[in-house]
Design a protein around this ligand. Sequence first.
Ligand code: RP5
Length: 162
Amino acid sequence: MKVAIIMGSTSDLTKVEPAVEILKNYGVKVEVRCLSAHRAHAGLADFMKEINEDGTEVVITAAGMAAALPGVVASQTVLPVIGVPLSGSVLDGMDALMSIVQMPSGIPVATVAINGSKNAAYLALQILGIKHEEIRNALLNDRKAMEEAAMQANEEVVARFS
Ligand code: RP5
């Protein structure tokens, strides 16, 4: 099971790392690259050729500002591409969100929230879960634990205000 994560700049690293950690915790192999669509387009094209042939199943892309990276990646693969718009500019991530989410028909990018790299990882896991039963079962167990924690929090709130 392999997921590729591509970011546009090393300044994006801290916002991308949570996705790497989640995927690794589920036993997924993660290939991480910093390949800007604007500054490193030839290197990006080479990497796209590589992951189209090496068994990679999902691609997560993260970029800020005029975030062309997710769309450019999606134009070079039929693997599912998840886009994470990043904050950091004077427009606080709205620029990246609009750049990533408004794709032309036929070249989709599944866009998550601004700085939503954790949900990008969970969405990638859900896609892997279609084929890999162990991932699907691990996700179901973690959802159960999440629900139990939420219900426990509710009980504490009820007890506090009764
Ligand atoms: C985007 O421009 C990158 O993804 C980054 O979020 C933003 C700024 O990049 P740096 O100027 O910090 O390298 O391409």
